[in-house]
Design a protein around this ligand. Structure first.
Ligand code: AMP
Ligand code: ZN
Ligand code: FE
Ligand code: FE
Length: 283
């Protein structure tokens, strides 16, 4: 029986986080956590470094990912834990997503330029620090160049779904994403169900039953943006359908004091027991 705490949803510079994989592993250990999962968007590029830093300093790192899947009107993200990072199908699918991003990013620049904003792709690349480029990096440059007063304003005015410079990106269906996570020995978990924007419990229940049929194994119950009612509902669904429960802060390192690794807004405490259950479910 272990008494430590964990954080199973974190981003690094490999996607849109601010800390490198080594830095986030070191930070988690410094904060007294017992284990973390690195779950960058659509990429496993940070995992080798994160895993080797974990070995070096004696800290448990779970190789994970967060994949955006097709869904409307909200957004659906799927987490994968304990991935075999060398698996050919996983790597092939992720290369496809990288290609889709490479095609999308210049289109966002084009839209911003057409709106009269002076911003170049080179500036965004620089902001990304060499990892995968995403909308947060566009937001960062818009903020630096004083086109907006806050990171949030950049999303509201320009970058969020439906905003002036929004460009959709290619996504896999949930079924396909769950399939390649499973193929790579990963455990597929539905991330932050509140972003699905399902208003009725019954609607969410129906969707989850379909995802279970597709190979879903768990649900992210604990998340800083979940209300107490949502946590109770997700827990109830997990118990009813035998799903694993996970939780994490989705820390990117840009939250500036609002949110921290492991504790979220100060009220999160995720026992190591969650990890033990994930491990027991591996086969
Ligand atoms: P991308 O992968 O390029 O689609 O960017 C997705 C990332 O942008 C998410 O992980 C969030 O960090 C951030 N993001 C998306 N929508 C918003 C929003 N409305 N406000 C703030 N950040 C957002
Ligand atoms: Zn992110
Ligand atoms: Fe997400
Ligand atoms: Fe995330």
């Amino acid at each position: 029986m272990s008494t430590g705490y964990v954080d199973l949803h974190l981003h690094t510079t490999a996607s849109d986080g601010v800390m490198s994989p080594s830095q986030i592993v070191g930070y988690a250990k410094y904060k007294g956590l017992q284990a973390i999962a690195i779950t960058d968007h659509d990429t496993i590029e940070g995992l080798e470094e994160g895993l080797s830093e974990g070995k070096k300093i004696g800290f448990e790192v779970i190789p994970g990912i967060e994949i955006s899947a097709e869904h409307s009107p909200g957004s659906m993200h799927l987490l994968g834990f304990f991935l075999d990072i060398l698996h050919p199908l996983l790597n092939e699918r992720l290369r496809y997503l990288q290609k889709a991003r490479a095609e999308r990013n210049p289109k966002i620049i084009e839209k911003l330029n057409r709106l009269g904003l002076d911003i170049t792709y080179e500036e965004v690349l620089k902001a990304s620090g060499g990892g995968q480029v995403g909308r947060p990096h566009f937001a960062q440059v818009l903020l630096e160049k004083s086109y907006v007063r806050s990171y949030q304003e950049a999303f509201e005015r320009f970058l969020k779904k439906g905003a002036q410079a929004y460009v959709d990106k290619l996504r896999f269906s949930a079924k396909e994403a769950i399939h390649f996570i499973n193929e790579a020995s990963g455990i597929a978990v539905l991330a932050h169900p509140n972003t699905l924007h399902m208003n009725q419990y019954s609607e969410l229940e129906k969707l989850i039953l379909q995802l279970i049929e597709d190979g879903l194994k768990g649900i992210e119950v604990y998340y800083p943006e979940h209300s107490a009612l949502e946590v109770a509902q997700y827990k109830n669904l997990a118990e009813r359908y035998g799903l694993l429960m996970t939780g994490g802060t989705d820390y990117h390192g840009i939250e500036k004091g609002e949110l921290d690794i492991g504790v979220g807004r100060g009220d999160m405490k995720l026992p190591y027991d969650l990890v033990e259950r994930l491990k027991a479910a591996r086969n």
